[in-house]
Design a protein around this ligand. Structure first.
Ligand code: HEC
Length: 197
């Protein structure tokens, strides 16, 4: 019988499969922890939920060549400063409502979703909401009755009425405000904000 070279033997490939699987598994664990440390609220690029008590702006950073969220001063949402627990509860209500109503069927959030309607990552900072004083109220009116308060941006597209309650609308607005404070490396590119440049 002919001699089988080691690289063509069954045992070599068995060992290779075991090492590659074990190595990938370890890499996956490392990457999971590395990602968690960057996407968890209150770490690095993602502020904790009490950021909804602050004024959020989005300004071009000349060194980084893209816009960065700027968090400065107090600007309580709906006139109340929320503690960490209350802020998390409100943002979570917004997140769950957004999932339950499947907003991603039309919109993108942080780039994920559908392309029928505008990306919502920085929707809180959309200049169309007017000044800071009226913004939460206008957003609430829009979310609770988007048909009557449609702006459509010349696209002719309208958001349907999704039966959002006042409490759910406040949660969504808190979620959108929190999301707008995430450092997304300049995404969406070229977004012009209310106070920004
Ligand atoms: C059937 C498609 C559709 C669904 C589902 C939908 N939207 Fe919209 N949405 C639109 C369209 C179209 C617009 C732009 C028209 C307008 O502003 O009147 C819009 C606009 C918006 C805006 C304004 C964006 C900006 O940059 O100012 C917000 C905020 C928003 N939607 C939030 C939501 C939320 C939250 C949900 C889920 C609860 C949702 N939408 C579900 C179609 C949709």
């Amino acid at each position: 019988m002919e001699h089988t070279p080691f690289w063509a033997s069954t045992s070599f490939w068995k060992k290779t499969a075991i090492w590659v699987t074990a190595g990938s598994f370890l890499l996956l664990i490392v990457l999971t922890f590395d990602t968690m440390s960057k996407v968890t609220a209150g770490t690095g690029r993602v502020p904790d939920y009490t950021v909804i008590n602050k004024r959020i702006d989005y300004r071009f950073d000349d060194k980084k060549h893209h816009s960065m969220p700027v968090i400065e001063g107090d600007a309580p949402l709906f006139g109340r400063i929320l503690n960490e627990e209350e802020a998390e509860r409100l943002v979570t209500l917004g997140k769950k409502t957004i999932q339950a109503k499947n907003c991603m069927n039309c919109h993108t959030l942080l780039g994920n979703g559908a392309y029928y309607a505008p990306d919502l990552t920085k929707a809180w900072l959309d200049p169309a909401w007017g000044g800071e004083a009226v913004r939460p109220m206008l957003m609430k009116m829009f979310l609770m009755d988007p048909v009557a308060n449609a702006r459509t941006y010349g696209s002719g597209r309208k958001m349907p009425n999704l039966g959002i309650t006042e409490q759910e609308a406040e949660g969504i607005i808190a979620f959108l405000k929190w999301m707008s404070a995430i450092d997304t490396n300049g995404f969406p590119y070229n977004f012009k904000t209310a106070g920004g440049r």
